[in-house]
Ligand binder design. Structure first.
Ligand code: PLP
Length: 425
């Protein structure tokens, strides 16, 4: 098919071919269904709809109101939430809205250290969260690789942050939300759980439930949740507005109303109703038995992958995984994260280099890679094929400068993946 803008459509096709022929192991990526994609590429992109369903600042919103309400209702059902906002354009936007609603500039926050697996928006000095607020961090125990809750509690008691943030971009274990809430109650802090990575495993009850214990929960929608790129905010239990929070001069009636205002007009303009429609489709899919089976397979594939790496002498941070991902320390193989990423990409295996806790390399080099199984599982990879993929990776990593090994692994990768549709499971 020819297009007026052939240049861009040729590039899109090239990217589709790249996705089709490779092994996609970036833990934060996935492949969406045709229906999610169709909703995103729909006429809803033409519509302005500032406000919320039934309370808009533009005419002609009767239909997008129904779309957005369905997205909200399905999301609430999926996580057992009583309040939800589906408008954040991204995970970072969701976190910025929550902090804008709950904190004043200069307030203390306590988050998971970026270099131990946390996210930029949890207080990094290069992010709004570290610039507007005063960040403190907890990390993992050097020996076990597990979140050091003793250190979290100690810092919480000493600094008395207004908000404790849990959740991560590169942490393969489940979280003890009960313990975090306990210390937060002791010091009068709010708990924000950012479940961007494991959201799908939480929705299908394969991991602990943060909504029961954390005041506010944010997530992206495009990782394990397998929806369009975007963000969400949720709450289950009513809680008292702890610091007499206000929006401008007025007291909003509830935390939900305060958070809604922090999304729009606080941090965003018009919502992306085409993306919200795609979120609704993805939430509908996530409510099915098929998605629950998919999530189980994602978790099984990750567990088998961690075992296979360990068998080949790799160090997995925390020695295993409870979720969809793992962080591999490559120092035992004498290879940096940067070199591993670059060479694996040339063999059509996509991973990202990642700092490991207490890393001695810079963030541009790193000693590790992060891998995850959501995307390959969507393409139908089952646990019997995981050893084959780990073998491919091991060949490239242990022959890091050998072009002939790389060429032969690439051919094997293309043969394994090339015939499968992007969305199969
Ligand atoms: N929070 C966590 C824990 C993440 O891992 C990410 C993305 O990687 C984000 C927030 C930000 O999401 P986005 O890239 O949609 O802004």
């Amino acid at each position: 098919m020819s297009h007026r803008d052939q240049v861009i459509f040729d590039l899109i096709e090239k990217e589709r071919q790249r996705q089709l022929h490779g092994v996609e192991l970036i833990a934060s990526e996935n492949f969406v269904s045709e229906e999610v994609m169709k909703a995103m590429g729909s006429v809803l992109t033409n519509k302005y709809a500032e406000g919320l369903p039934g309370k808009r600042y533009y005419g002609g919103c009767e239909i997008v109101d129904q779309v957005e309400q369905l997205a909200i209702d399905r999301l609430k059902e999926l996580f057992g939430a009583t309040w939800a906002n589906v408008q954040p354009h991204s995970g970072a936007q969701a976190n910025s809205a929550v902090m804008l609603a709950c904190l004043q500039p200069g307030d203390k926050i306590l988050g998971f250290d970026l270099s131990h697996g946390g996210h930029l928006t949890h207080g990094s000095p290069v992010n709004f969260s570290g610039k507007l607020y005063r960040p403190y961090f907890y990390g993992v125990n050097k020996e076990t690789g597990l979140v050091d809750y003793d250190q979290m509690e100690e810092t919480a008691r000493k600094e008395k942050p207004k908000m404790i943030i849990c959740g991560a971009s590169a942490y393969s274990r489940d979280w003890d939300y009960v313990r975090i809430r306990k210390v937060a109650d002791e010091i009068g802090a709010l708990v924000l759980a950012d479940i961007s990575h494991p959201a799908g495993l939480i929705a299908t009850k394969l991991l602990n439930d943060p909504l029961e214990h954390c005041h506010i929960v944010t997530s992206t929608t495009h990782k394990t949740l397998r929806g369009p790129r975007g963000g969400i905010i949720m709450m289950r239990h009513n809680f008292e507005n702890p610091f007499g929070l206000k929006w401008n001069n007025g007291n909003l009636k509830s935390m939900g109303a305060l958070l809604d205002a922090a999304v729009f007009p606080g941090t965003q303009g018009g919502p992306l109703e085409h993306v919200i429609a795609a979120k609704a489709v993805a939430f509908g899919e996530a409510l099915t038995e098929n998605y629950a089976a998919y999530m189980k397979q994602v978790q099984r594939n990750a567990a088998v992958m961690a075992d296979e790496f360990v068998k080949k002498g790799y160090k997995i941070i925390s020695d295993g995984t409870d979720n969809h991902s793992m962080l591999i320390d490559l120092r035992s193989k004498g290879v940096t994260g940067k070199d591993a990423e670059n060479r694996l990409v040339l063999a059509d295996i996509t991973v990202n280099k990642n700092m490991v806790p207490f890393d001695t390399e810079s963030p541009f080099v790193t000693s590790g890679i992060r891998v995850g199984t959501p995307a390959i599982t969507t393409r139908g990879v089952q646990e019997n094929e995981i050893p084959v993929i780990v073998e491919f990776m091991d060949k490239v990593i242990t022959n890091i400068n050998d072009d002939s090994v790389l060429t032969s692994v690439k051919a094997d990768v293309n043969a394994l993946m090339g015939e499968r549709p992007l969305f199969q499971f």
